[in-house]
Design a protein around this ligand. Structure first.
Ligand SMILES: [Zn+2]
Length: 488
């Protein structure tokens, strides 16, 4: 085997400025829609007694005014809070844009009220607290509102609540709020110090371990964790609390649930650092993520996050495992599935190039054999770009070929080829020879004649639809093998 150990010209380096991503809560349209319907069935028709106004028909700002007005009277405020939360939970994008979310008086009063309930350790107010924190989380989807919440020390109040032993539903609601509060942190340094001092990461991860079967809580904790580690580098705390393994366990426990998007998102942000990636490799993350990717392959965002993690892992000795079959086929399938999605194409290309550049020559050859060129072609990149990638691939493999030990095929193979070529009647020959003759290994890429064991392999360029593309060639003879040089 001639092996070309030179690296190709396409240089892929770790892009330190690749932005990690933020979610804005409960990232699952389907489950969320189901939840909204389920809650609406038990929906208390919240009306203002005096004026008889149907609360749900009011505009967002007016609804918030009503809530602000009744805030001190928990039992009165509660139905309005519930109604608002149910209505606006599925409307993430609308809330991001809406100025009505920045209801500064309500935000201030809510935070004061929640803080004073903690101070006086009031009993029987969990439901009010659950809905109130959830409302703050919803409002924080809007940038201006989020800044106001953080200015009023909303994070301190929500973290204090998380530290008080509380019901799962209240804990979950607080995680939703905390995750959203992270979307507009102005001072990373003081945020980092605060989260570390209060040991928030280990609190969240320990609660996750204790409640692993509750997928809604798992989702909200993963959501909060994903956004926290987005803001600053909490790798050490995550690893100290065995975060990678815990979250991978959650992934496997709820593998079919659509809430796994928040889990995979957390892992994406953890795969950003070297120690996080090392921990992922130790806990067999590749097999688990590929398994999850297969399950959720139709979901573009899930695929994007997963491909992003795999790309990150190429920087930590994951390449030999990723280029193995069937792993590489799962990756190709995910890329092909979303080949026209603008946000997925760049990460797909970066992943493919890193795999190719980082692979051993024999693995590079296999990448091409298993569909690298076809996958790149399917993405419809600008011809100029495709051309330079293909040129780099071909150049890298130009001298890589595999020739049979013996320059001529065996007598048996020579006879079998002849029989196939001339369509000679084989009904009177022994069965074992018959089955040998009828199952050739393949057809020659040049003359299309059959071959059995004796095969010359190489990567060459061929003209396809006017473009030169690298092709994996299998030839029946030295003649055919050498004739491919003419095409280059
Ligand atoms: Zn041939």
């Amino acid at each position: 085997m001639n092996v070309d150990r030179s690296r190709i010209d396409v240089v892929v380096t770790r892009p330190i400025n690749t932005p990690k991503r933020k979610l804005s809560g409960g990232h699952n349209e389907e489950e969320r829609a189901k939840k909204a319907i389920r809650l609406n069935e038990n929906h208390i028709q919240a009306t203002s007694n005096q004026e008889g106004i149907q609360f749900s028909s009011l505009k967002m700002k007016d609804q918030l005014d009503v809530i602000a007005q009744y805030l001190q009277h928990h039992s009165k405020a509660l139905p309005f809070l519930k109604s608002f939360n149910e209505t606006y939970f599925p409307q993430r994008d609308a809330m991001q844009e809406s100025e009505a979310c920045a209801h500064l008086n309500l935000i201030k009063d809510l935070i004061n009220e929640l803080s004073s309930l903690q101070e006086h350790s009031k009993q029987g107010v969990e439901e009010f607290q659950t809905q109130a924190f959830f409302l703050l989380g919803l409002l924080a989807r809007n940038g201006t509102a989020c800044l106001a919440i953080n200015a009023a020390a909303g994070i301190k109040v929500v973290v204090a609540q998380l530290q008080i032993v509380c019901k799962v539903s209240l804990f979950s609601s607080c995680c939703f709020a905390l995750g959203n509060f992270c979307s507009a942190i102005e001072e990373e340094g003081s945020f980092f110090e605060f989260i570390e001092e209060k040991r928030v990461i280990s609190l969240l991860l320990n609660t996750l371990v204790k409640n692993m079967v509750d997928w809604e809580l798992v989702q909200q904790i993963a959501f909060a964790l994903g956004n926290i580690v987005y803001v600053s580098d909490f790798e050490e705390s995550v690893l100290a609390a065995n975060g990678v393994q815990v979250v991978l366990d959650a992934l496997m426990t709820h593998i079919d649930s659509i809430c796994m998007k928040d889990v995979i998102f957390f892992l994406l942000n953890v795969s950003y650092g070297e120690a996080g990636r090392k921990s992922m490799m130790e806990h067999h993350a590749i097999a688990k993520i590929l398994y999850a990717l297969q399950k959720h392959i139709l979901d573009p965002e899930f695929s994007e996050f997963s491909l992003g993690i795999l790309f990150d892992l190429t920087f930590s000795s994951a390449i030999p495992e990723l280029v193995k079959s069937p792993n590489i086929n799962i990756i190709y399938n995910a890329i092909l599935q979303h080949r026209t999605v603008a946000s997925i194409v760049p990460i797909s290309m970066k992943l493919l190039m890193n795999l190719f550049v980082g692979a051993e020559p024999a693995d590079r050859f296999r990448l091409v054999e298993s569909g690298l060129v076809e996958t790149i072609q399917a993405m419809n990149l600008p011809p100029q770009k495709t051309r330079s990638i293909f040129a780099a691939i071909t150049k890298s493999l130009a001298s890589f070929s595999s020739v049979p030990a013996d320059p001529v095929p065996s007598l048996q193979e020579t006879v079998a080829r002849r029989i196939m070529k001339e369509k000679i009647d084989i009904q009177f020959i022994p069965d074992d020879l018959k089955s040998y003759i009828q199952t050739p290994l393949g057809n020659c890429s040049v003359c299309e004649g059959v071959f059995y064991e004796h095969c010359w392999k190489k990567l060459a360029r061929k003209k396809v639809a006017g473009e030169m593309v690298p092709m994996y060639l299998k030839c029946c003879s030295r003649n055919c093998f050498e004739s491919t040089n003419d095409n280059q």
